[in-house]
Design a protein around this ligand. Structure first.
Ligand code: CP
Ligand code: NVA
Length: 297
């Protein structure tokens, strides 16, 4: 059984096939008459809506399930929740706090499990990010992404995907908020040309893409004040954009905390492609599900 817990669960060739299947014209009815259970331990706008619509476009029926309702590890074990949902659904998506939760769901191995964001990874976001860069620039290989901010779940998946696509990445993050050695080793295995710096200007110099995410991720709210202090100087502003390539594209997985990690001027400016990126969440989800269902059939 194939699952998608992190983007490098796919080979580079498989990821390219998924991106190809993400074309708006490709919607094989692989979920005809079937359900997909979507379990959310955290809030979501883009992921829930894009996944629900992707399932519908593939002929299936999406079911939104609150983590608190099924009571993962409180009402019954994560494994028994998974076994139960597999009685009704052909696939399960899960947005969880601990990455180990999606690992445990996948280990049950009855139906494919898709990680819809964990504290470690956001592979569906990375697929949509690549799709967006490909649309904007016409190609991926050789392009440079500068990520400015916290090296978090989004950054980790993006770095792995960028390496698999032959891209270059620079991460500008304060000390203490950069990749650890385990991440660096896993990213290096993709062949990514990666530079990590604590100087945002150095990260974005000549970059094709500047990428931002929130400084405080879901589940880290108690650290908000400390993080606001630690990330001072790491906001993506019009001035920072001026250090990048003249045709730089600004991306953000959203939700944006306008006035913190990015200014209104940048999110709403000519370089911003954040709404195309949000739309691409649906196309990428559909491509991934089409590939995964065919692969497991
Ligand atoms: N980018 C993203 O995953 O958005 P949501 O948290 O709204 O799903
Ligand atoms: N890093 C953010 C991404 C939200 C889509 C979080 O985990 O909250």
């Amino acid at each position: 059984m194939r699952h998608l817990l992190e983007i490098d669960d796919l080979s580079a060739e498989e990821m390219a096939a998924v991106l190809k299947l993400s074309a708006p014209s490709a919607a094989p009815r692989v979920l005809e008459g079937l359900g997909m259970g979507l379990v959310f331990e955290k809030p979501s706008a883009r992921t829930r809506n894009s996944m629900e619509m992707a399932v519908v476009q593939l002929g299936g029926h999406p079911m939104y399930i609150q983590g608190s309702e099924v009571g993962m590890d409180t009402r019954e074990s994560v494994e028994d929740v998974t076994r139960t949902l597999a009685c009704y659904h052909a696939a399960i998506g899960a947005r969880v706090f601990a990455h180990s939760t999606v690992e445990r769901m996948a280990a049950v191995d009855i139906v494919p499990v898709v990680n819809m964001l964990s504290d470690q990874a956001h592979p569906l976001q990375a697929l949509a990010d690549l799709l967006t860069i490909e649309t904007v620039f016409g190609s991926l290989a050789g392009r440079t992404i500068a990520y400015v901010g916290d090296a978090n779940n989004v950054t980790r998946s993006l770095a792995l995907a960028a390496g698999m696509a032959g891209m270059t990445m620079r991460v500008g993050a304060p000390p203490g908020y950069q990749f650890d050695q385990v991440d660096l080793d896993r990213i290096a295995a993709t062949g990514l040309d990666l530079v990590v710096t604590d100087r945002p200007e150095a990260a974005v110099e000549g970059a094709d893409v500047i990428y931002a995410d929130v400084w405080t991720s879901m589940g880290q709210e108690a650290e908000t004040e400390q993080r606001l202090r630690d990330f001072e100087g790491f906001a993506v502003t019009a001035d920072l954009l001026s250090h990048a390539a003249p045709d730089v594209a600004f991306l953000h997985c959203l939700p944006a905390h306008r006035g913190e990690e990015v200014t209104d001027e940048v999110v709403d400016g000519a370089a911003s492609h954040v709404w195309l990126q949000a739309e691409n969440r649906m196309h990428a989800a559909r491509g991934l599900l089409a590939w995964l269902m065919q692969e497991n059939s």
